[in-house]
Design a protein around this ligand. Structure first.
Ligand SMILES: N[C@@H](Cc1c[nH]c[nH+]1)C(=O)O
Length: 438
């Protein structure tokens, strides 16, 4: 975990502010959730069988919070909680509880959030953008059937990146459908543990195909063959799994099965791709895109930024999760609230924007969208007296009202110039003491 200050912090704030501006413009409302969440929200029943998050349950920070009933002298009860590893669970828990209070809630509900998340990454794997604390900017559309809501989620990803300066063709969205994966598991008679191993391999293969550490591919294919053999999978489904993992165009392997469930999913996927292309989104289909979170139920996608000289695979991802909200409606009774969404890893975004030179100093310091902290255009050189400060506030008021940041000097008197210089504040004005208004 790191401390952030100055330019680095402002970069992140700028990116989040741009993202928030885009999604607000599209009618999304911000939601803020706590940093801890009950461990029960992440139980296997809710989030599925694969270890959470990212294939290993040790990847979460678990805590036991003591609850003292009425004084610290009382023996405490305990609540098992964890530091949130992502936003979707908390947001769906919130909406589920709200739904119980107001059953006539009007759907869809369009939300976004910007929140710190925590994952206990292995120390040797920590990097500048893979840290144990990171920021997610996410968006959820709750209570909307598959179709246009998926289009909107994916389209907004491209709009967000465009607004940050990434050219439209630079954003690539890889789409798949976990419904296809689930059906193939069923057809090939794979047990739950084997299915999770296969899913993990496909997830990694999707990354390889997208260009991230492609040298892993042959090892992954070997591992897949091993899992399928150990699971006693018969010849045809065996070949389909291998072909799916291996192929650039995994759709044709699946079409060859002539299975109505799979065909229907592929038709929906083709429709989604068609609409996205009409919106100018660069989209590729890859059925190896399955995502690690098991709450997904349908369309899933991963977001890359790929230009001629630069490639960042997976700056974010998302998908449909039609069965999650129901788990959080107290007293049950709600089986399906269709929902979709995505999240960006903000640090990854900052890194790639930096790489593409899209966060130059003037943009970070003099952003037009509300980053005024300490990037003052003017310094009012106030002295230590209260009256001087009141004058300075009056002097600063007009500029501030017009949106120009003004800093009032609060240091020792003979250091004003050094201060202005070191903070690179272009203009310093002195202030004459005035009498305070009565
Ligand atoms: N919560 C998901 C992203 C997402 C948001 N909505 C749907 N999916 C993640 O952390 O990867």
């Amino acid at each position: 975990m790191v401390d952030l200050f100055g330019r680095e912090l402002r970069k992140r704030q700028l990116v989040v502010a741009v993202l928030a501006k885009v999604v607000r413009l599209h009618g999304y409302e911000q939601v803020e959730v706590p940093l801890v969440e009950r461990a029960t929200s992440f139980s296997e029943e809710v989030v599925g069988r694969s270890p959470w998050p990212e294939w290993d349950s040790r990847g979460c920070f678990h805590l036991r919070a003591p609850d003292y009933p009425s004084s610290y002298e009382d023996a405490p009860d305990h609540t098992d909680v964890l530091l949130v590893p992502e936003g979707t669970i908390s947001v769906t828990r919130w909406i589920g509880c709200r739904l119980a209070e107001s059953p006539d809630m009007i759907f869809p509900v369009k939300l976004f959030y910007d929140m710190p998340c925590f994952r206990n990454e292995v120390v040797a794997e920590l990097t500048g953008t893979k840290r144990r604390q990171f920021t997610q900017f996410g968006l959820e559309i709750l209570g909307a059937e598959p179709g246009n809501s998926d289009v909107e989620a994916v389209y907004l990803i491209t709009r967000c990146l465009e607004e940050l300066g990434v050219a439209a063709g630079g954003t690539r969205v890889r789409v798949g459908d976990v419904g296809v994966f689930n059906r193939l598991v069923e057809l090939s008679g794979l047990g739950p543990d084997a299915a999770i191993q296969v899913k993990e391999v496909l997830d990694a293969m999707a990354e390889c195909k997208a260009g991230k550490a492609p040298e892993r591919a042959s090892g992954l294919l070997g591992r897949l063959a091993g899992v399928l053999d150990a699971g006693g999978v018969s010849r045809l489904p065996h070949d389909v799994w291998m072909g799916l993992a291996h192929a650039g165009d995994s759709v044709s392997f699946l079409r060859a099965l002539h299975d109505s469930v799979i065909d229907e999913r592929l038709d929906d996927l083709a429709r989604l791709v068609h609409v996205l292309e009409a919106l100018g989104v660069r989209v590729e289909t890859d059925l190896c895109v399955v995502r690690s979170h098991e709450y997904y139920t349908g369309i899933v996608f991963e977001i890359d930024v790929v230009t001629e000289e630069y490639s960042h695979v997976e700056v974010g991802g998302g998908g449909r999760y039609d069965k999650l909200v129901g788990h959080f409606v107290p007293d049950g009774g709600v089986d399906r609230i269709p929902a979709t969404g995505f999240a960006f890893g903000v640090e990854r975004l900052v890194e790639l924007l930096d790489h593409l030179d899209l966060l130059p100093a003037h943009r970070v310091l003099r952003s037009s969208i509300g980053l005024s902290e300490s990037s003052a255009e003017k310094l009012v050189a106030s002295g230590p007296g209260a009256q001087e400060y009141l004058s300075a506030v009056r002097i600063a008021a007009a500029d501030r009202a017009a949106g120009h940041p003004v800093d009032i000097y609060l240091g020792v008197p003979d250091q004003v110039e050094r201060y202005a210089e070191s903070r690179k504040i272009p203009q310093t004005v002195s202030c004459e003491p005035q009498r305070a208004d009565r």
